[in-house]
Design a protein around this ligand. Structure first.
Ligand code: DC
Length: 227
């Protein structure tokens, strides 16, 4: 079973994807972490994240490994080094959105994502990103596209920063989020978009539990129809 969840930044994808994966005993694929890993390597080697030739060379010489962790998380290893918090800085967020616009990067990461579910012991995956339902797993039997008003998404992202003890300004957070989203929605290569068969959920006025319950009901219906 593959559950594909797409949507813009700050809409709650990671939170609900992890909860659903835990409830169903499925592996969780955070595809954004892969783009962040390429961005991290670019920044740490002084490579311009928008320079397509240099980034293509960098991708060709980088080993990337993703694996599920016991607690329902996911780890990305870049050249054998496991990365977690390093991938969550504002600089990496910005650079990830730039490398994600490059077709060579998307082509390099496609098989890494598609092979993720083939790890031993995986019964199903919950895959979260921007093109899970449209490009990476078009055959997924259950697809969701989450939406929320930009101001609400900025408020949530800002609360996350503050919760993590990081200094952040709400207006600046919203501006950054809109720049990234604009780039993700308008790029030529696999832009952020809802698959035609995705169920669209506006999370602006829903609690996390309400979103998760609605999604679980849908997954159960689809799974029953497949049996
Ligand atoms: O979901 P995230 O914020 O960790 O994603 C980081 C960047 O990677 C974001 O700007 C969009 C891009 N991305 C993408 O283009 N395709 C995906 N499947 C996942 C993320």
């Amino acid at each position: 079973m593959i559950v594909a969840i797409d949507g813009p930044s700050g809409v709650g994808k990671s939170t609900v994807a992890k909860l659903i994966a835990a409830r169903l005993g499925y592996a969780y694929l955070d595809s954004g972490a892969l783009y962040r890993a390429v961005a991290w390597k670019a920044l740490s080697t002084g490579t311009d994240p928008a320079a397509s030739d240099a980034i293509r060379r960098l991708c060709a010489t980088t080993t990337l490994k993703v694996s599920s962790t016991v607690g329902g998380g996911m780890v990305v290893e870049v050249d054998g080094q496991a990365l977690q918090d390093e991938l969550r800085t504002p600089e990496v967020s910005r650079a990830a959105s730039q490398v994600a616009a490059l077709p060579d990067v998307r082509a390099r990461l496609l098989p890494v994502q598609q092979n993720f579910g083939r790890q031993a012991g995986v019964r199903g995956i919950v895959a979260e990103g921007r093109d899970m339902g449209t490009r990476v797993f078009p055959q997924a039997p259950v697809k969701f596209f989450l939406e929320a008003a930009p101001a609400e998404r900025a408020r949530r992202r800002h609360a996350e920063f503050v919760g993590a003890g990081q200094a952040a300004d709400l207006a600046e957070t919203q501006r950054e989020l809109e720049v990234r989203d604009g780039r993700d929605r308008t790029r030529e290569s696999a832009p952020l978009a809802a698959a035609p068969d995705a169920m669209i959920i506006d999370t602006s006025r829903l609690t996390i539990e309400e979103v998760v319950e609605r999604m679980l009901r849908m997954i159960e219906r689809k799974a029953a129809a497949l049996r």
